[in-house]
Design a protein. Sequence first.
Length: 244
Amino acid sequence: MPANVELRRAAERAVTTTPWLKSRHSFSFGDHYEPDNTHHGLLLVNNDDSVQPASGFDTHPHRDMEIVTWVLRGELMHQDSMGNRGVIYPGLAQRMSAGSGILHSEKNDSLTEPVHFVQMWVTPDETAVSPSYQQHEIDDGLLSSNLVTIASGIPGREAAITLHNRDAALHGARLHPAAAVNLPAAPYLHLFVARGRVNLEGAGELNEGDAVRFNDSDGRRVTAEDSSEVLIWEMHTKLGGQGT
């Protein structure tokens, strides 16, 4: 059966704008609610955020969510109620499991340069687990023109960081012009062009901020037109067993 492919262009995303933040939402988020756009597979949030220098998100709560942050440019300071504190930079994979409840803040660590990052949320297999935190640096050579598993809960799947969801994995690649990778075959797949411009086999050109939602992904090829970065969620079930 051929894949069902739905293109979502960057300009179609809802945007939250404040004096210090520009956040582009792939799915319903905050004040931006679309009843037919709440998730795809297990992915509920794919926020593309730019934060101005010396600004950021003050301490706020989360619970029962696997939160993965991937920095594209700049540096983001994380601090939480478990005592974790550190700077997230490009190539450093970070996961926070909110579990039974956690408080954290995220601030731009620079006084002069903005920080650009993608934050993604998937549900855990179990609720009310103990909160936890993990980070691991991925070598730039591995990410360059190769598909690398950044985070995974799929049994037997090696990844830089783990997820508390046995049906989800996040992959990423930094593609040089003309370099190509094959997408995983999975019941649900979400491709996000974080930087640059790529060509998706059978669908054409995708620009920065564009996304594609697959049902029954058939492993088609993605080729970079410019220096590009892609983030790909592979999911083997859907949220609550309903919808997409």
